[in-house]
Design a protein around this ligand. Structure first.
Ligand SMILES: Nc1ncnc2c1ncn2[C@@H]1O[C@H](COP(=O)(O)OP(=O)(O)OP(=O)(O)O)[C@@H](O)[C@H]1O
Length: 228
């Protein structure tokens, strides 16, 4: 595992939508290479929490609390400076770019050397069992291959933390299993502190971390609880 990684810390996070408290107060300390799972009924604020962590929460919400990666407080930083990667269920690849073009888009701009950029993309594809697919048109990939390319794209941006919003939702049973293994192997090998949103108990079990159960705001809950 990468030794210079830091934990993802949520400190007294509370989200409001108009007058009602949607979620929180929530505290979390997610160590490098560990994944916490967020579960809860539809509308309990799971995706909104990820959007807040990524810095893209809609202005309809108000938020309190802090999000830090180790000592680095990113709460007020714009999304592109947070170094928090996010992967969605419907993570679309750009249809006008090849697979390699999609991945090149994510590579940090500081990597300028053309050969180095190409080598990183080839290596990422090889790690994902997709060696030689750089020139492919994304629409010709299977659903499972597309999901892996979308994860590679997120990881090539070199995030310090990872957010997964129902990333396996669209896959059939066998591909879901493969993708889970693939994702969590990367989480551990890269030492990324990770938050997974899912409705699926098998996903939560595979994540091997605590499960945070969010209640519905209308039940007037006070604290969201870690249930296991
Ligand atoms: N841009 C927005 N403006 C106003 N309300 C919103 C906005 N986005 C989401 N909401 C509302 O915020 C609440 C929480 O939505 P959110 O998508 O975070 O829930 P969720 O737990 O992720 O649900 P699901 O499991 O269905 O994805 C819902 O009541 C939703 O209607």
């Amino acid at each position: 595992m990468n030794d210079d990684r830091a934990p993802l810390i949520l400190d007294r996070v509370r989200l409001r939508l108009g007058p009602r408290t949607l979620l929180g107060p929530l505290d979390a300390h997610i160590p490098p290479g560990h994944c916490w799972t967020l579960m809860g009924p539809s509308g309990s604020g799971k995706s909104s929490l990820l959007a807040w962590l990524a810095g893209t929460l809609d202005v309809a919400f108000t938020a309190e609390g802090r999000v830090c990666i180790g000592e680095r407080d990113v709460t007020t930083l714009p999304p592109e400076q947070r170094r928090i990667g996010i992967l969605f269920q419907d993570d679309l690849l750009f249809p006008h770019l090849s697979v390699g073009g999609n991945l090149a888009f994510a590579l940090p701009a500081r990597i300028r050397d053309r050969h180095e950029r190409r080598a990183r993309i080839e290596q990422a594809l090889a790690d994902a069992g997709l060696a030689g697919h750089a020139e492919r048109d994304p629409v010709t990939l299977s659903g499972g291959q597309r999901a892996r390319v979308a994860l590679l794209r997120t990881l090539l941006a070199e995030p310090d933390a990872l957010l997964l919003d129902e990333p396996f939702g669209k896959l059939d049973h066998a591909r879901r299993e493969d993708m889970r293994r693939f994702v969590f192997a990367h989480v551990r090998a890269r030492g990324l502190p990770t938050v997974l949103v899912t409705h699926d108990e098998d996903d939560a079990r595979a994540a091997l971390g605590p499960v945070v159960s969010l209640a519905m705001a209308d039940t007037d809950h006070t604290d969201d609880r870690i249930t296991r």
